[in-house]
Design a protein around this ligand. Structure first.
Ligand code: C2E
Ligand code: MG
Ligand code: MG
Ligand code: MG
Length: 278
């Protein structure tokens, strides 16, 4: 592309470079303050059991409500948090907030399993399992209500990953492999790891109606997962046609805009109470 850029554009780009870099530093410093100022919020996306239509649980998805920048999605700031190490306190806040949510739902007679996304630095952090255990005890949360989501690429150090996953299982939390099919996959680790859920990446689901290959891949992932005693979760379920097709393939759990976008806690409670009455 660079060859095609006109002179004026190049100058524009160059003069803005320091500004862009300053921008990143600024974002980093406000990300640092965001923790103290309580600017993070969790949204929750329901997961539905395909066979029965009942709510299986919800996935917690972080958002940053910056007073100066507005609502910032995780794909923008999680990589920066990961790079700077800020993901450790942010991730700890996520676990604690999920524990608080489970406890407050329990008071409303709602027992809801919740999934938590971990990033790579968090996963390999020292004492991860003890930290999770301490928080769950503090809020009196049954570990079996928590699912930890990791991606395939996070498990590249397979020997260490196996130890961590076994410790998590011993604590009693469930394990999900997120975005399955897009990362570094080894059938050998799939066999060894104590995995409860395989989440089929949305990129396979979006075109599943029109793309024969995506349909065959999804079908094969479901068969493989079931053979290995895992439950299958489809992400990115947007239409009734998706639901019908995935039901025919015996996919266990469905998650996507068709049922609900990720919503704040109060809206989640509304969803749960109205959904179960319809
Ligand atoms: P993910 O864990 O794979 O989460 C699924 C993403 O797909 C979410 O984006 C969700 O809003 C979106 N989604 C769900 N259903 C649909 C659908 O039907 N159609 C479409 N187009 N999108 C759908 P979100 O919330 O922007 O999160 C993006 C990623 O950021 C997550 O991907 C996860 O990797 C990461 N993330 C989110 N929260 C956290 C967190 O608390 N900690 C860490 N470490 N990462 C997080
Ligand atoms: Mg996830
Ligand atoms: Mg995913
Ligand atoms: Mg993802």
């Amino acid at each position: 592309h660079a060859k095609n850029i006109e002179r004026g554009t190049v100058q524009f780009y160059q003069t803005n470079l320091p500004v862009q870099m300053e921008g990143i530093l600024e974002i980093e410093s406000s990300l640092r303050k965001a923790i103290e100022h309580d600017e993070f919020v969790l949204h929750y996306q329901p997961q539905i059991e395909t066979k029965t239509g009942v709510i299986h649980g919800a996935e917690a998805l972080i958002r940053w409500e910056s007073p100066t920048r507005g609502l910032i999605p995780p794909n923008v700031f999680i990589p920066l948090a990961e790079e700077t190490g800020l993901i450790i306190p942010i991730g700890e806040w996520v676990i604690e907030e999920v524990a608080r949510t489970i406890r407050s739902l329990k008071k409303a007679d709602i027992i809801l399993p919740i999934s938590i996304n971990l990033s790579i630095r968090q996963f390999y952090q020292r004492n991860l399992v003890e930290r999770i255990e301490t928080i769950l005890k503090r809020y009196d949360v049954d570990p079996s209500l928590i699912t930890i989501e990791i991606t395939e690429s996070m498990a590249m150090d397979a020997a260490t990953a196996l130890v961590i996953l076994q410790e998590l299982k011993a604590l009693g939390v469930k394990i999900a492999i997120d975005d399955f099919g897009t990362g570094y996959s080894s059938l050998n680790y799939l066999k060894q790891f104590p995995i409860d859920y395989l989440k089929i990446d949305q990129s396979f689901i979006f075109d599943i109606l029109d793309d024969r290959d995506d349909r065959d891949i999804t079908d094969s992932i479901i068969l493989l997962g079931h053979r290995l005693n895992m439950s299958l979760v489809a992400e990115g379920v947007e239409t009734k046609a998706h639901v019908e097709l995935l039901r025919g393939m015996h996919c266990d759990i469905l998650q996507g805009y068709y049922f609900s976008k990720p919503v704040p806690k109060d809206a989640l409670i509304d969803f749960i109470t109205t959904y179960e009455h319809t």
